[in-house]
Design a protein around this ligand. Structure first.
Ligand code: GAP
Length: 510
């Protein structure tokens, strides 16, 4: 369990300009967030690193050959037939359940159900609820309803809410009237789960009729499959190869929650790796290993990642096998929540597009002349969710400093690599600081901060995760040295002013 409190992290993100609620001056809009100046830098750093690992300098494959991956940037809105073929218009559904009393809406598969020992009542709770809150609620329910209650009454988990329903029938002997919703103390207020399609739609053109209905893509890979043939015909790729894309995706989530973890507009980084069916196991394992290395490289502690082989019945409609990378987010309690999934999509998507469009999606092996629709291994992660993992991982509480903590970003991910701070805003110090800033800004994202007392400025840099601060003081002007303050240890040393660029280069290369 992490000791980071989500409320503190969200407050820091707002205070320092990482992430703001979208449309905040109008009361916000549920499921949408705006990235501020530093959040945008952090997100771009993670995005650029993924692109470098995948497209600019892709890895060496399991056979010792460099792998080939090309990038795309496809339209968010495509012909709606594409989403009918992919199965999203018909089947991209979440089971939702309403509470008639609180008017709140829940995901039926995200609500855990607990039965009170020896009683007919079933309590539904959000899956993140703590044991302490569950027991408190159960006790309060009995007291409010004047039902005899013994301190010894315990609860045991019986499954998720959706598992009680099979079509329209309540499974077994459980009566829907005996369920108690997460936010009420009356039984029988929850509805049966209903399927809810998560595709956002709009209308292309002036008329707003069914014939003009279009969808915002729910996953970025859609545009990759649509361009499989274009890429094969226009680039010199040979099987196996990959096509990568980073961009926005939209899902009308029933319950957007946990800050940017589950939002309605988010970004994904996806690779579709096309290969022969016989080679699937080799490439699946390879990509799982690569993705582990990536998260380690950007500063995520692999001990906080749990690898889940997603069981039958829980996988997406296209997947034959999926390994989820689940991270211990601050809200995950004792558990883990999905950061990335590596899926074997079979040749589901290309086959469906071939069927629906009538355009062949085959690959012809130039050596053997074998014609086949390739299989796909898909490492797919949320860029925005990745940012949340970086923020959660970096957050360090430290009572001994004025800021109360610091963001321990790996320097390559940090929004600012260094800050230049004159000790006071007089005696030639701002001028010397500006000169150093002008030199460094040619090479790195650096901050020049002149006003306020030095303690407050260090506190700001700690909270935004700047690894190094260079302080210009009276001695700088006489002996040509500056103080370097290291973020994590707060240790300080003096180095020659003309060595600062070299010093930073060496430190950031680590
Ligand atoms: N193309 C496969 C695909 O989209 P997914 O598991 O539905 O698979 C992949 O999504 C990743 O996208 C997830 O692991 C997660 O990181 C991110 N993601 C999915 N829904 C999201 C949401 N509502 N908000 C933020 N990130 C989301």
């Amino acid at each position: 369990m992490t000791n980071v409190d989500m409320k503190d992290l969200v407050a820091l993100c707002k205070r320092r300009g990482f992430i703001f609620p979208a449309s905040e001056i109008y009361g916000g809009i549920n499921g949408f967030w705006d990235f501020g100046p530093l959040g945008t830098e952090l997100k771009n750093n993670l995005r650029d690193m993924w692109w470098k690992w995948m497209v600019t300098t892709p890895p060496i494959g399991p056979d010792g050959e460099p792998v080939q991956i090309v990038g795309l940037d496809t339209a968010i809105i495509q012909n709606p037939k594409a989403w009918e073929a992919s199965g999203h218009v018909g089947g991209f559904n979440d089971p939702m359940v309403d509470c008639k009393e609180s008017k709140k809406r829940y995901r039926a598969d995200h609500m855990n159900v607990y039965q009170a020992d020896g009683s007919e009542y079933y309590f539904a709770f959000d899956k993140d609820a703590s044991t302490e809150n569950i027991l408190k609620k159960v006790e309060k329910f009995y007291k409010k309803n004047k039902i005899e209650y013994s301190q010894d009454i315990g609860v045991h988990k019986t499954g998720t809410y959706d598992k009680y329903f099979d079509g329209d029938e309540v499974v077994g002997q459980t009566d829907i009237a005996n369920f108690i919703a997460p936010d009420t103390y009356t039984s029988g207020t929850l509805t049966e789960p209903r399927q809810f399609n998560m595709m956002f739609h709009s209308f292309a053109g002036a008329a707003a009729g069914e014939e003009n209905k279009v969808y915002l893509r729910p996953e970025t890979c859609g545009g990759i499959f649509l361009n499989f043939k274009n890429v094969m015909d226009s680039s010199r790729v040979k099987m196996p190869f990959g096509i990568a894309q980073i961009g926005k995706a939209f899902r009308n989530e029933v319950t957007p929650r946990n800050f940017i973890f589950r939002s309605r507009e988010f970004e994904q980084m996806e690779l579709e790796w096309f290969c022969h069916e016989d080679d699937v196991p080799k490439w699946f394992d390879f990509w799982v290993e690569q993705r582990k290395k990536f998260w380690d490289f950007v500063g995520i502690d692999l001990n906080k990642i749990h690898f889940l082989d997603v069981p039958d019945g829980d996988r997406a409609h296209y997947s034959q096998k999926t390994t989820d990378f689940e991270y211990q987010f601050p809200f995950s309690g004792d558990g883990y929540d999905e950061l990335e999934g590596v899926a074997h999509r079979g040749n589901y998507d290309l086959t469906k597009h071939q069927e629906h469009s009538g355009v062949k999606q085959q690959y012809i092996d130039p050596v053997t002349n074998e014609r086949y629709i390739p299989h796909v291994i898909e490492p797919s992660c949320g860029l925005t969710r990745g940012v949340l993992a970086l923020l959660s991982e970096a957050y360090v509480i430290d009572e001994n400093r004025p800021s109360g903590g610091y963001m321990n970003f790996k320097p390559s991910m940090a929004p600012k690599k260094a800050a230049i701070l004159p000790l006071v805003a007089k005696d030639g110090m701002p001028e010397a600081a500006t000169k150093l800033y002008m030199e460094l800004r040619e090479h790195f994202a650096v901050d020049l901060d002149i006003k306020q007392n030095i303690g407050k400025r260090y506190a700001r840099q700690d909270e935004i995760g700047t690894p190094y601060c260079f302080t210009i003081d009276g001695d700088t002007l006489t002996d040509g040295t500056v103080t370097v303050r290291e973020r994590n240890t707060m240790s300080q040393e003096r180095i020659p002013l003309d060595q600062v660029l070299l010093y930073l280069r060496e430190k950031l290369a680590l």
